[in-house]
Design a binder for this molecule. Sequence first.
Ligand SMILES: Nc1ncnc2c1ncn2[C@@H]1O[C@H](COP(=O)(O)OP(=O)(O)O)[C@@H](O)[C@H]1O
Ligand SMILES: [Mg+2]
Length: 261
Amino acid sequence: MKIITVASAKGGVGKTTVTESLAVALSRQTQRIVLAMDLDPQNALALHLGVDPQELRGWSRSSLAGMHWRDVCFECQPGLFVLPFGVITEQDRAELEAQIHADPDWLATRLQALGLPEDALVLLDTPPGPTTYGQQALTVAQWVLVVMLADAGSYATLPMMQRLVQTYCTPRPDFAEALYLINQLNSARQLSQDILRVLREGVGQSFIGVIHLDEGVAEALALGTSVLDHAPQSLARHDIMNCAAAIADRLQATPPPRWQE
Ligand SMILES: Nc1ncnc2c1ncn2[C@@H]1O[C@H](COP(=O)(O)OP(=O)(O)O)[C@@H](O)[C@H]1O
Ligand SMILES: [Mg+2]
């Protein structure tokens, strides 16, 4: 199992949208089993992947009930699964977060217990900023995909994301690298172009691409389908396929040996 954690300092940048669309694209491009897991109590990822909005089940409830996560992995398309956060009461959420906080290997243990094939790919969608869920997701990641907007506010959060990666990922020998993506790009804006250039120069090879601002993305969510199917000719689909291909290349390449202190 290879794990990609999708993260950002701010909400609303498109983490959930990117997780969903890359999960669909990577499932089609790589033929691997892909599991998209929602670590955000907003529980939006399953909706993006076409799960019935009335569905309350997810890993949060199952964990508190001592049940196996396998029973709440929904197959959205052949070989593509989603593990929703699910719906729980505020009281249950507090208890769940206390349990997670008390065990640094909480997520790692449960993901291992799923018994996914060696080459399966897991994408973790996280809440914005430093949270218990995000911390666990960073601790298990081989890759961290940082999603940003091409605006000054998002760019200003780059050092914070780099610090989180330094803390939870870089010291682990099984960590490969942090990757960066700009979402909702409006090419007509000069400021966006400038920030894109600066980010590209700043992170170099770790920059995997852009996804343009595209009405088809929002429409696809409203229809409970992927933009890849809803708008096959769209710029966003083209961008997403390119970003997925860049990730697939990295999955193929064996991570270089890393210095261990
Ligand atoms: N490339 C895009 N083009 C147009 N709208 C987008 C794009 N990416 C995300 N959105 C919209 O932006 C909003 C926030 O996206 P979401 O994935 O929920 O962000 P996050 O998970 O980071 O909070 C949603 O309404 C989504 O439809
Ligand atoms: Mg989200």
